[in-house]
Design a protein around this ligand. Structure first.
Ligand SMILES: [Cu+2]
Length: 496
């Protein structure tokens, strides 16, 4: 931890003491002891920023998957999974153009994987179900960071076990930096005015354990819970030291969709989508993120009043709601923001951010259709109902083969009764249209996960620029993790 972040952490701890007398230990991640988190007004945990070590010019990260114990609720412990810590992992910081090596060791009792969500990399380094990490073994992929600056994330993608492993905590954020974004006058001070928010809903049993369920209704709707964790914090408070605050929102939930907005209805600037900055800030007062999606926003606190980032639970359920057994909470407080009396003054926001290349959909050599469906009745009961183009995931079957160096249109159609976030590995794509209409301004940048509503047709433009491999596939799938685990996933090769 550098000095700046240490000061930030101390300031946060002080804020928490002023508000609720909550113990300030465990605010910055990285400790192995159980975290002391009460049930109200806790300081927001900021994951430790971890930049690895340069070894022979390669930025090297040592990541250890482990079982842990965390205290989210008063008086009871929760068994969790974390990376280098009891729950979740550090925020990995890396730079576009450099080579990284990830030494991922596992002390877990079951096979896991770590997928670098949103990264353009060789299939062998992707961390999908074909790169299992057995207990007591180490997986060490190396790849060049070819991403634009944004928030990405790493999480379990184990075959049929992504849902329970991510639920227990096998996830963390990645900050990719690049020269173009660093030149812009945007809040950029990690833990001070640039904050990752990993938003996850969880259900707990009375003994404190996570209530992860594989009942049919929970698989159909995806696993939801009534308690919101933000970076592993319940009811978090953040004391802002600056007028402008940049929040990097990551929907790390297994299944819940959120519409974010502020309690007082104020507008904010959205500056980035999943894979990078938008061309210009987009002023709005609401923002929808499905599981897997990210966005960055900048909020102006110069009026000094405390505000709350809220999230309404939306979508997804559709007609499935009537089949669910648990009540569904509709509105969550994500983060209480308390501006400090002394704050760094706001500077004007840049009106332009970056320029993205224009790609003409007419250059696409092929259009592929992907029809998402959930079979009903007996087929669903037997667990074979989650399909893409009528087929459930089969590790031995290659569904699509793409030629390297080509541009394609992928047309994703939702034939089911609930919305699905469709995620594609290896590429950052652009949304051409939704039912023939231009996507909203917040979706006109780089994306790797896209919501497809019931009966909607979404067309995506993808460029497959490199990394041919005749054998190892990439995945495409629904990012409701219970749907992915139940088979709503397929595999594509990129070949020369
Ligand atoms: Cu789905």
């Amino acid at each position: 931890m550098n000095r700046r972040n240490l000061l930030g952490a101390v300031a946060l701890g002080g804020g928490a003491l002023a508000i609720g007398g909550i113990a300030s230990r465990g605010i910055v991640g990285g400790e192995d002891r159980p975290l002391s988190l009460g049930s109200s007004a806790n300081s927001l945990r900021i994951p430790k920023l971890y930049s690895g070590e340069k070894v022979d010019g390669v930025r090297t990260f040592d990541l250890n998957l482990r079982h842990g114990v965390s205290r989210f609720l008063d008086g009871v412990d929760t068994k969790t999974i974390g990376i280098n810590q009891p729950y979740l992992g550090p925020t990995l910081e890396m730079h576009a153009g450099e080579t990284v090596r990830m030494n991922v060791s596992s002390d877990l009792s079951e096979t896991a994987t770590v997928h670098w969500h949103g990264f353009h990399l060789p299939a062998a380094a992707d961390g999908g179900p074909h790169q299992p990490i057995a207990p007591s073994s180490t997986w060490s992929p190396s790849f060049e960071v070819k991403q634009r600056a944004s928030i990405f994330w790493y999480h379990s993608h184990a075959h049929r076990r992504s849902g329970p492993q991510v639920y227990q905590g096998l996830a963390g954020a990645i900050y990719v930096r690049d020269a173009e974004s660093e030149r812009l006058d945007l809040p950029n001070d990690y833990g001070v005015d640039d904050i990752p928010l990993i938003v996850q809903d969880r259900a707990f049993n009375r003994d404190g354990s996570f209530a992860y369920s594989t009942s049919m209704p929970d698989i159909m709707t995806g696993m939801t819970g009534e308690t919101l964790l933000v970076n592993g914090t319940i009811d978090p408070v953040f004391e802002a030291q600056t007028d402008l605050l940049r929040l990097r929102l990551l929907n790390g939930s297994n299944a819940r969709f959120y519409r974010f907005g502020f309690g007082d209805g104020r507008s904010f600037e959205q500056i980035a989508s999943d894979g990078g900055l938008l061309e210009q800030p987009y002023r709005t007062d609401k923002l929808v993120l499905a599981p897997g999606e990210r966005a960055q926003i900048i909020i102006d606190l110069s009026d000094g009043s405390p505000i709350a980032l809220m999230a309404d639970s939306i979508g997804g359920m559709g007609m499935m709601g009537m089949m669910g057994t648990r009540s569904d909470r509709q509105r969550f407080t994500v983060l209480n923001i308390s501006p400090a009396a002394q704050r760094r003054r706001a500077t004007p926001m840049p009106s332009r951010l970056i320029t993205l290349p224009r790609i003409d959909p007419a250059v696409a050599v092929k259009t592929r259709r992907f029809v998402l469906n959930m079979g009903m009745g007996m087929r669903m009961m037997r667990g074979g109902g989650f399909t893409i183009n009528g087929q459930s995931m089969d590790m031995q079957r290659i569904d699509e083969t793409v030629k390297v160096g080509t541009t394609e249109i992928w047309q994703v159609e939702n034939a089911s009764m609930m919305a699905h976030p469709f995620h594609i590995h290896d590429v950052q794509f652009r949304i051409i249209d939704r039912d023939g209409q231009m996507p909203g301004k917040g979706e006109q940048g780089l994306k790797d996960t896209v919501v497809v509503a019931p009966r909607e047709v979404v067309r995506l433009l993808l460029q497959f620029t490199d990394y041919p491999d005749p054998q190892l596939p990439y995945m495409y799938h629904c990012h409701i993790l219970e749907h992915e685990d139940a088979g709503m996933m397929g595999q594509f090769l990129v070949t020369s």
